[in-house]
Design a protein around this ligand. Sequence first.
Ligand code: EPU
Length: 350
Amino acid sequence: MFIERNVSLQPLNSFGIAARAALLARVRGEADARAVLADAEMAALPKFVLGGGSNIVLTGDVKHMVLKVEVPGRRVVGETERHHIVEAGAGETWHDFVTWTLDQGLPGLENLALIPGTVGASPVQNIGAYGVELQDRFHELDAIDLHTGEVFTLDAAQCGFGYRDSVFKHVARQEGDFGLAGRALILRVRFALPKAWQPVLGYLDIERRMAEEGVAVPSARQLYDWIVAIRRAKLPDPAVIGNAGSFFKNPTVTPEQCADIIGRDPKVVHYPMPDGSVKLAAGWLIDACGWRGKRVGNAGVYDKQALVLVNAGGAQAPATGGEVMTLAKAIQTSVYERFGIRLEPEPMVV
Ligand code: EPU
């Protein structure tokens, strides 16, 4: 196990926000986690589990002990009647894992290509893109309880998946509450990839590609290539411009609220949901309020996609977490004043 003191977290969060951790341990497996728990000083500290750092906003130095998850490994572990089961260590880079599954001839994760972050973070926010959510391909995961040192396995129901949400995003205030944030460290995740694979289509961007290239039924590799290209064109590469992907969740409203907004803004982008509610494109709402390209200090709104906030100051003059949150609050206020909708941040604010 590697313990470091007074560590800069700037290279460890995709926003590139400057902050420090008093104590950080690199965890490559359960033995490392158990070694932390066996140490009286470290065991007593509250813990913050850090994956790829691609979905967090650091608003100051981190007082908690940081556990940086670096569990390696990826393998095909078995099969059921309808699925191949593949497993990856929580520290593997998500996109490399997706690429590896396709190289093994096992499609199913291609719509989730190029999502930043690690495998261990993927269930935390139930990552999703182009009609596929992690929960659609999830089998189970192994985690270690940071209070007891016990390793346990959770299935999909126990993970409590929701839209960009899971049990790992909630803090339990007392024993028995829903929430494993700060308590569970995910070690390995297993995925169930369908043997009878079918492409998941239906997204405008993908249908446009199919029409352009005259392809009626794309292969998994073709979908993967398109999605990588679409994301590269639309979303900033965190290696170049710091960001945490979509900064707000797409809000849902009642059909009556939606009709009211359409009455005033006929162009509002909206999608009817199976449960009767209507999902609105947060990016469109923010764009309509004129935020694209605007800045607060060194925090900015990405000029090609208003849903993404960026570190406009780069590594030399990085935005602070405070600037990012000031910008986020100003956006929330203006969207609320114009549309009566409260936008909810998507990344974890630390
Ligand atoms: N739009 C604008 N102006 C903007 C941005 C968007 O008018 O500045 C409009 C677009 O034209 C489009 C609609 O809003 O009609 C939706 O935009 P887009 O498809 O770009 O993004 P999204 O559907 O809001 C979601 C996920 C993304 C995921 C994509 C693709 C959320 C919060 N975001 O974005 O996930 O990649 O769909 O499936 O659900 C992430 O979570 O970090 C993320 C990037």
